[in-house]
Design a protein around this ligand. Sequence first.
Ligand code: UGA
Length: 443
Amino acid sequence: MRITIFGSGYVGLVTGACLADVGHDVVCADVDEQKVARLQAGDVPIFEPGLENLVRQNQKAGRLTFTTDIAEAVSFGILQFIAVGTPSDEDGSADLRHVLEVAKSIGRHMTEYRIIVDKSTVPVGTASKVGRAVAAELDERGVALEFDVCSNPEFLKEGAAIEDFSRGSRIVVGTDSERVKFAMRECYGPYNRQQEKLMFMSVRSAELTKYAANAMLATKISFINEIANLAERLGADVEEVRRGIGSDPRIGYHFIYPGCGYGGSCFPKDVKALAHTAKQAGYPAEMIHAVERINARQKSKLFEKLCLAFDGKLAGKTIALWGLSFKPDTDDMREAPSRELMEALWQAGARVQAYDPEASDECRRLYGNRDDLMLAERREEVLEGAHALVVCTEWKAFRTIDFERLRDTLLAPVLIDGRNLYQPDTVKAAGLGYYAIGRGDSI
Ligand code: UGA
């Protein structure tokens, strides 16, 4: 099948590479010439395990190409995936500028039937807007061509995107057209062999499904963080509570890990956008607002714990940070708790020495060279001359520490564990001041 994908960002690239890998012919189009040139040379600009290999293999096999030529891209695939960014507007709504720009390009260049597939995370009602944008361009050209618009949200997690694409639990398609159903069955057939994963539903239901899934997961995280804060005040250990509730299959263990707040490019943006959609629909959506508020509060926890440990005297102190990315196995620092912590520390006159297995370059890009930030290549380096260590991200490499050595190296010595990675008794027995989430020390 011939498939075009607009947008060679995270979702577009993964979708393109995975669909090419099962034998489809895929053209990925992007307006960013530099990015396309890099991709043409087999250089993948984002860090995602396995993606670069997959891109290169399929390029070599001639099934995956990259272009900036929009007319060529429109004439290539019967399926035209839109996988461009939908950043948050100032009011929290999703900015559809790029999505509608692609829709217009398709209308401007198409010469035969096309199926437009909304892959980007877009608010309910966007497929209709896309349809109107395409129709307006066709009108302007004075041509009458048939097309369909369907919604096909993605549920990939960064760091596990290829696995999620290949072995995801469902493939949601919003459409009422038999022609679209037929084409989507062909497109996803190779991923639909073992069990029926395709779920056809109305366009609006598919659009809402995406937001409901992310908001539900964000709700689970904010809920456990709320319990963690309560546990601190009640002398309970949230990790014991987590195990206690997770063992009930109706609750389950997934997404109830307490921590320093959720980040990334999806949950914060999508929860905001859903709140905005609800407001527009005249519905107060109190739970969604609470999820957002709890998360904002949770992100300031690490700084508050440091204030508690140092009696509010952070000026002149040096704080070591392990983990800058919003979660492990990615270099993405969008809305990462580490950022809020670093910014608060700088504001308080403290220095930061940070280590992350992948995100140092991203951190340099975001904050540039500054005297109060040192980025190191090894996790031990940042401990030299530091008063405290804060673990912001649960990279696998942080799971074990020689606590005695840490105690001897740190000047204070204080360990703030933003992801509850360690056993409080073991850390405390080594003579370290230990502050975790929901395990004592209320603030
Ligand atoms: C999320 C969803 O999990 C995907 O299904 C969805 O497709 C994607 O958003 C999207 O809309 O594109 P992602 O943002 O890559 O994926 O990251 P997650 O693994 O879901 O983690 C999000 C945040 O929640 C991270 O900051 C993580 O540390 C935090 N988290 C996660 C917790 O604090 N506790 C948990 O128990 C789980």
